[in-house]
Design a protein around this ligand. Structure first.
Ligand SMILES: [Zn+2]
Length: 121
């Protein structure tokens, strides 16, 4: 995924929620991103700073939390953490099956938005 496109959609979610809640200003945004995502935290913040200029989200701090990559075994249903980027063969630790489905790792969503209400504050 490309940081700019992702950050644009994040900003839209943030602004929609902030407007619905009658927020005066967005202070920080907590974002959860899957461990398989190659998004660079620093670039998300930079793009956000750029895109949010002139909006109530201007100056907000982006807090990025990584979600560990996990797989669900197709044979026994066991969910376990594994990193496919190590290029080692991944097998279920319970039944040794090599048939599995990605359970988490590609997420990207806004977890929490911290705002201050009204004018000035
Ligand atoms: Zn298994």
């Amino acid at each position: 995924m490309h940081e700019l496109a992702v950050t644009e959609s994040l900003l839209q979610v943030v602004l929609r929620h902030a407007n619905e809640g009658g927020a005066g200003k967005v202070v920080s945004v907590s974002v959860r991103i899957g461990g398989l995502s190659d998004l660079v935290n620093e670039w998300v913040q930079r793009y956000f700073d750029h895109l949010s200029r002139g909006t109530i989200a201007e100056g907000a701090v982006i807090r990025i939390e990584r979600i560990p990559t996990t797989f669900r075994c197709d044979q026994c249903g066991h969910v376990f953490p594994a990193d496919p980027r190590t290029r080692e063969e991944i097998r279920c630790p319970l039944c040794s099956s090599a048939e599995m489905t990605l359970a988490t790792g590609r997420e990207c969503f806004v977890q929490q938005i911290e705002v201050v209400n009204g004018f000035g504050a």
